[in-house]
Design a protein around this ligand. Structure first.
Ligand code: F6R
Length: 631
């Protein structure tokens, strides 16, 4: 989603801003812009463009702006189309104030109407534009108090303005009247200050900072900060100055390297054997005396003993991982578990029950709905004041330095390494692994599975890296060939049952996200209750059929589709029953519990090749963002 970069220091701002924006490109955006205070003319120079960052860069190709203070932005449209006029930065009518913002200003309409009545002219359709106009108005009012033109005055003006804003924001503000200063503020949207040598860089996400410094000061909610080359002043919402130590930037891998792959997404699909290997090494610890395996977390899990039920909040692909997790936690570990769309949970939470573990799943750690759902749960449970109802929290994330990582102590780091492709692949795989870990842990604590069964599941998990490698070898080229047959396809149906129903949902989501083909996933048994009406020879059906309790059922559901002339693709082992498929994407015949970890791989490859064959922007699909920081 939108990205912010802002700098102040002694080096030229423009190259630093462009470099930072390049690092944020992976988040998904539709326009970009920068504003720098020209240190000679003391005026703001602004440049914006529609589309990719390369358009902005070519606008600026022979431009040398003498100035060390600037702001930059990649925009993901919410209010107003992706056009130059709606790209950030937004400037007030005097041209003195420039603002970039992430988030949504919910009361912008009423603020806009008021400003228009006062004669302010709006040049965009965005919610953001009210902010520079309001700041300019505030600066004008402050000028009557004979305050000096400096960063402190800008700080007062921004603070007065944000107290009138409703919604969420991370923002960075420049004022030509204070040419060495930058004011930044946040509420429910991430913003991190990086401390360089004689330089500060502020950004909405760590990759924009990591080349610059490894020392950061994350801004907390409702804080505002003044940054000048001389230092940082941070204030909380009560205007109390905050003093705290910077922390190291905890990023294990920032290599934005595609290697020999055409797209990051394909590279990340190929990273999965390594993801499995890393997970096994990090979490599956063998006791040297007993030879027993245990799952090791960085936090004390004693409180798991009192847990009687689990609720999981997540969005998109993370929700699909959570659904597999819920299946494991209920069916393997015997703990009643419910999964909720975080966006629904916020407004219709279930009645509170005692001894509940709440798990938030978010690879980015910044998803606004997931964070808000967790916060709401903390609030309503804490309000009861009964130990049985207290919030017990765990977050599963790939970004321990993210908002959720800073907020929740019990973090399960999925450790997949940064994922650049907007469509989640290896992070989904690593989220699944985290749920296997939890299911094993809970089974051991609750004694809900025999040691033999637990040992068997662990043994199957240890075989994953070579199995996934084989799947990649086997299916990459064949999926590329199969992708040709999808050129004119408009609808695809994915079917699965039991533990693989969420894999059908994830297969469908992957396909529609990057290829723009309509796809829907269903529990195979539900087909006959409606979706079957869609089927004909133009609608392929992809069916996940793994040996186990529901194998025969899935095969007979596939028969029903075949009888309606659908082209049938099976994701299944080569075994009796699978001859029904017109095309078989074979997966190894393993224990059904681990089948989701295998079935997802050919589906990811197929989606990738269909999108790549259509010549689409696989890594940055239209309208999507890697980190969804608005509601
Ligand atoms: C799908 C995808 C999205 C995200 C969703 C939640 O490929 O990437 O559906 O899964 O926006 O994001 P996180 O996991 O960051 O909370």
């Amino acid at each position: 989603m939108c990205g912010i970069v802002a700098v102040t220091g002694y080096k030229k701002a423009l190259p630093l801003l462009i470099n930072g924006l390049e690092k944020l490109e992976y988040r998904g955006y539709d326009s970009a812009g920068i504003a720098v205070i020209n240190s000679e003319s003391k005026s703001i120079v602004c440049n914006k463009s529609e589309g990719k960052l390369k358009n902005l860069i070519s606008n600026l190709v022979d431009t040398d702006i003498p100035g060390t203070v600037g702001i930059g932005h990649t925009r993901w449209a919410t209010h107003g189309k992706p056009e130059v006029k709606n790209a950030h930065p937004h400037i007030d009518n005097s041209g003195q104030v420039a603002v970039v913002q992430n988030g949504i200003i919910e009361n912008y309409q009423e603020l806009k109407i008021k400003l228009e009545k006062e004669g302010v002219v709006f040049n965009s359709d965005t919610d953001t534009e009210v902010i520079p106009h309001l700041i300019q108005k505030e600066l004008f009012a402050l000028s009557k108090l004979n305050l000096e033109n400096n960063g402190s005055t800008l700080l007062v003006a921004v603070r007065n303005v944000i107290s009138d804003l409703e919604g969420s924001y991370a923002l960075a503000v420049l004022w030509a009247g204070a040419p060495d200063s930058l004011v930044v503020a946040r509420r429910h949207a991430p913003l991190i200050i990086g401390l360089g040598e004689g330089e500060f860089i502020c950004a909405s996400d760590t990759p924009a900072i990591s080349n610059f410094t490894k020392i950061i000061l994350p801004l907390e909610d409702d804080e505002i900060a003044l940054l000048t080359p001389l230092g940082i002043e941070i204030y909380d919402s009560d205007n109390e100055r905050q003093y705290r130590n910077p922390i190291p930037l905890q990023i294990t891998e920032q290599v934005l390297d595609k290697k020999h792959f055409r797209h990051y997404m394909l590279k990340e699909i190929y990273d999965q054997p390594e993801t499995a290997k890393n997970w096994l090494e990090k979490y599956l610890i063998k006791d040297s005396k007993t030879g027993q395996f245990d799952i090791k977390y960085s936090f004390d899990t004693t409180f798991f003993e009192s847990i009687e039920r689990i609720e999981i909040v997540a969005c998109g692909t993370s929700k699909h991982a959570a659904m597999v997790g819920s299946f494991l936690l209920e069916q393997f570990s015997g703990i009643p578990t419910n999964v909720f769309y975080a966006s629904e949970f916020r407004y219709s939470p279930p009645p509170l029950l005692p001894n509940t573990l709440t798990i938030g799943v978010t690879q980015s750690g910044e998803t606004a709905d997931t964070i808000a759902a967790i916060n709401m749960e903390i609030k309503r449970r804490s309000a009861i004041g009964d130990a049985k109802y207290k919030p017990n929290l765990v977050a599963i994330t790939n970004r321990i330095e993210s908002s959720i990582g800073r907020q929740i102590t019990n973090i399960i780091d999925i450790g997949a390494g940064i994922e650049i492709g907007v469509a989640a692949t290896k992070t989904f795989f690593a989220q699944l692994l985290s749920f296997y870990g939890l299911a094993i842990k809970f089974s051991q604590i609750k004694g809900s599975q025999s040691e033999k069964n637990i040992r068997q599941l662990i043994s199957e998990l240890t075989k994953l890296p070579p199995l996934v490698e084989e799947l990649l070898e086997k299916h990459n080229q064949s999926s590329e060939k199969l992708a040709h047959d999808f050129f004119n396809i408009k609808d695809v149906i994915f079917l699965g049952r039991g533990i693989n129903y969420p894999i059908a949902l994830e297969g469908a989501l992957k396909l529609k996200e990057i290829s723009y083909i309509h796809a829907a996933g269903y529990p195979a048994g539900e087909m006959k209750h409606g979706p079957i009406a869609l089927l004909d020879k133009k609608v392929p059906v992809i069916s996940i059929a793994t040996p186990g309790e529901v194998f025969d059922k899935v095969i007979s559901n596939a028969q029903e589709a075949k009888a309606r002339d659908s082209y049938l693709i099976g994701v299944a082992p080569e075994c009796k029953g699978t001859e029904i498929f017109d095309y078989l994407m074979t997966i190894p015949s393993t224990n059904e519990w681990i089948s989701p970890l295998l079935a997802i791989v050919p589906l990811q490859l197929l989606s990738y090749h269909i999108a790549a064959h259509r010549g689409l922007d696989v890594d940055q699909p239209r309208n999507l963002a890697k980190s969804v920081t608005v509601e």
